[in-house]
Design a protein around this ligand. Sequence first.
Ligand code: F6P
Length: 548
Amino acid sequence: MGAAPVDATATEAWARLTDLASGFAPDLRRQLADATWVERSTVQAADLRVDLSKNLVTPEIWRALRALAVEVDLPARRDAMFRGERINVTEDRAVLHTALRRAAGSDLQIGDTDVVEQVQAVLHRVYAFADAVRSGTWLGFTGKPITTVVNIGIGGSDLGPVMAYEALKPYVQTGLECRFISNIDPTDAAQKLAGLDPATTLFIVSSKTFGTLETLTNARLCRAWLLEGLGAGDEAVSRHFVAVSTALDKVAAFGIDPTNAFGFWDWVGGRYSVDSAIGTSLAVAIGPERFEEFLGGFRAVDEHFLTAPLEQNVPVLMGLLNVWYANFLGAQSHAVLPYAQSLHRFPAYLQQLTMESNGKSVRWDGSPVTTATGEVFWGEPGTNGQHAFYQLLHQGTRLVPADFIAFATPSHPLRDGDTDVHELLLANFLAQTQALAFGKTADEVRAEGTAEALVPARVFPGNRPTTSIMAPALTPAVLGQLIALYEHITFTQGVVWGIDSFDQWGVELGKRLAVQIAPALAGDTAVLEAQDVSTRGMIDYYREHRAR
Ligand code: F6P
């Protein structure tokens, strides 16, 4: 275990923040009337313009939050991460996802290993593979080029690749398609394989551990589907299966040719791995050049996080704001609302990044946390969310800070007659943050001629906090920047709370129990009888009602 973290709640800054929170009466109408406030609250990280002005903070609160970052040693911990120190203490590992996007030739030596050289060597193999598939020189067993790449993986071995593929669809090579199988529900494999030709389909089995039940089961289902479809034996596997893993011995044991395997390292957490070989499906889809731009985006925000002063450091400021809302204003959740349909999987991706990282009750030395941690992250693209859950954001009783994300240039410019439809989307993006911030008073409602009895229902309280992130367009580079931004926000919060944001012990118990329970579903009475009464009841129900 590592040395005890600084207890944030025992710092001077925490005491100051507690004072500032008590009786805090935010007034965004007044605050936003001050143009200098908006100017001071708008910061930039690479291509991301981040307007923090519609948040429930004051200059004093900002000062205290930055002081908190200093008191908990955030800069030192950040530097330790980038240097490759073993800050993932419960797994005794370095945390070096930032090394995945370092410039070729830059220097990062851990012991005898040149980490950047190691990363570049794998990247070059991934790129050669991607080029072979894209150019049609990689041939399937029957001699046909590949048209569909199916990534089989779950959690970090799925959410990043599928989110980025969906986000960057305009960059995908014509004639190539990626599909993603993750769930152990056989419906997932059945639906994703439907309509595919085994002769032109290539599978990428992506699993850091190569021991994940879902992924190995789906890989076996896909192998059987392939061989049956081709009417071939195991000799066909090497033309249709490649793997990405840190456990290359297990890849070989599964029957995948080690020459078709791309490695990565235990210092890359699953949820931080989309920019490792786990992104191979994306590299095939958008090509090495675009993938390099994607990595460059991460790198630009890494640089910013490392070098920008705290008062301009976007991930630090956004992480501190989240702490303010979660620990001082009682927020339990945080919405992420992309005004870009292409980012429709981004909230799901962020759920793993943030909640698997910071959903912890003990600190990195094993002692209990001293304050609430890990908000619930959620969201949907605007404008769909507006017609679903925004009612609660506007008039509900809960505080839900929200990040709004939009792009100046649309992925698909379409016009409705004279109207640029993207402008309608952006108008909604702007309108929502205005409505949330400024609300509508009872007098304003009355002035519209509303009957007195209906006035209360039509009042919008306002003072609902939002952060607005804008970028020129959803390019590979900008997507890399957005991901790195949220990685470092997550890190910032984890440091304040003193937790190890890089382990995930909380997922283990359920996995183990599922393996233990499975025989009871198949009829093993001894296992059935060992279960609690509730579980037995459900297994009995299953066995009675299962249609065969
Ligand atoms: O169950 C959680 C988890 O371990 C995630 O952290 C990880 O991203 C996912 O499972 C998949 O793991 P693997 O890549 O080893 O198959």
